[in-house]
Design a protein around this ligand. Structure first.
Ligand SMILES: CC(C)(COP(=O)(O)OP(=O)(O)OC[C@H]1O[C@@H](n2cnc3c(N)ncnc32)[C@H](O)[C@@H]1OP(=O)(O)O)[C@@H](O)C(=O)NCCC(=O)NCCS
Length: 191
């Protein structure tokens, strides 16, 4: 595996490590009911988070690699920084489609600083640049207004509503699907 490291103005996106620091950090994100409210799973306990990190590392070793589940840190906090978020890019469909989905989640005390926008831009740069993809998509709960705003800021366009996309907590949830194409990313203002 070639470890991924993406660096933006304030954030670094790197591989997870199966160490207490990263497992606790993921638990601080996925274990928080308010953060998990718009995620497609119930809040996760620490053991689940440890299993998740193990899975991410296993996925990272697959050849070809189709899923990148990565940790987000604040660059100024140095190499041993505790992750404040996670970022995901997953290849979808046949290789010739050059398509993937992206997602992200941040620890609650780090919301509102523009970090998700930076993460989304870094994932776009990685997807369209390094991986040579043609299309990136993201799905979100229609009530997740902050996440929709992030995608629109980065240039994603709304494609439509997917009805009953997810069954969780005893009910169906619709999703909104957004996408961004390679040319739109390359032609973005200031790009
Ligand atoms: C959604 C999430 C990633 C946003 O992270 P963030 O770092 O706070 O996002 P940013 O600061 O980059 O941008 C958020 C934007 O949404 C806006 N916003 C925040 N709450 C909002 C709300 N309730 N309604 C409308 N807009 C809202 C902010 O003002 C900001 O827009 P602006 O820059 O034009 O002012 C974060 O809240 C999170 O991790 N939530 C839980 C997990 C999740 O929902 N992940 C996404 C799954 S699709």
């Amino acid at each position: 595996m070639d470890p991924v490291q993406l660096t933006g103005p304030r954030l670094t996106i790197r591989e997870f490590h199966h160490v207490p620091r990263d497992i606790d950090a993921l638990h601080a994100i996925f274990g928080d009911p308010e953060t998990a409210r718009y995620l497609p799973f119930e809040p996760r306990d620490r053991e689940d988070c440890a299993d998740q990190v193990a899975l991410y590392l296993e996925e990272a070793e697959r050849d070809p690699r189709t899923v990148y589940r990565l940790a987000v840190t604040i660059t100024a906090e140095g190499e041993d920084a505790v992750p404040i978020g996670n970022a995901v890019l997953g290849i979808e469909g046949a290789e010739s489609q050059r398509a993937a989905f992206i997602g992200y989640a941040l620890r609650r005390d780090t919301w509102g600083f523009g970090y998700a926008t930076e993460i989304a831009r870094l994932l776009c740069g990685f997807g369209f640049g390094t991986l040579g993809l043609h299309r990136l998509a993201a799905r979100l709960d229609p009530e997740n207004l902050a996440s929709a705003r992030v995608l629109r800021k980065v240039g994603f366009q709304l494609e439509g509503r997917i009805r009953h996309d997810l069954f969780l907590r005893g009910r169906w949830y619709d999703a909104l699907q957004y996408s961004l194409l390679e040319d739109e990313w390359l032609d973005r203002p200031g790009g």
